[in-house]
Design a protein around this ligand. Structure first.
Ligand SMILES: O=C(O)CCC(=O)C(=O)O
Ligand SMILES: [Mn+2]
Length: 153
């Protein structure tokens, strides 16, 4: 991202409206067509977030060796203030934020646990100032599926 390489040990799939293709970490992804289950989840979170999403990236974290390193979701096709609705299933995993310009000592530790069925909304200027990651863990953990619904312009 931003021309930098990001460590991506996880399995991904991309679903969305037909015309919304997306360049993710140097890989062009053409969306799979929506499935009834994905549309049902999309509708649930759209009602909560009051936003219409047009695509979703699915991440499968098979075990603790899978994770995603520090990054922002700030590709140009996500617009000025990317809106990302994140739904998690399966194993609880830690989700961390760090400020891009300030030290953690100043900001305090920002981490949450994304549990089965949880919904996290990132919006506004979050991607301008905060990076996020799902760290790998040495703990023995079950698989986790995460859906990041996005608005592609
Ligand atoms: O798995 C998660 O909770 C986050 C995934 C993520 O940051 C991404 O796909 O951009
Ligand atoms: Mn992300």
């Amino acid at each position: 991202m931003y021309g930098k390489e990001v460590d991506l040990p996880r399995k991904t799939a991309w679903y969305g409206d037909k015309d919304k293709s997306y360049k993710f970490s140097g890989i062009y992804l053409d969306p799979e067509p929506w499935t009834p289950a994905l549309l049902q989840i999309k509708e649930r979170i759209e009602n909560v977030a009051e936003i219409r999403f047009n695509s979703v990236l699915l991440n499968l974290y098979r075990d603790g060796a899978d994770g995603i390193s520090w990054h922002t979701d700030a590709e140009p096709e996500l617009g000025e203030n990317p809106v990302i609705g994140s739904v998690s299933f399966g194993e609880t995993r830690k989700f961390r934020f760090r400020h891009r310009y300030k030290y953690e000592k100043e900001m305090g530790k920002k981490e949450i646990y994304l549990t089965h069925g949880s919904f996290l909304l990132m919006a506004g200027e979050t991607q301008h100032f905060w990076q996020h990651q799902v760290p790998k863990t040495a703990r023995k953990v079950e698989p986790r599926i995460n859906l990041t619904f996005r608005v592609i312009y």
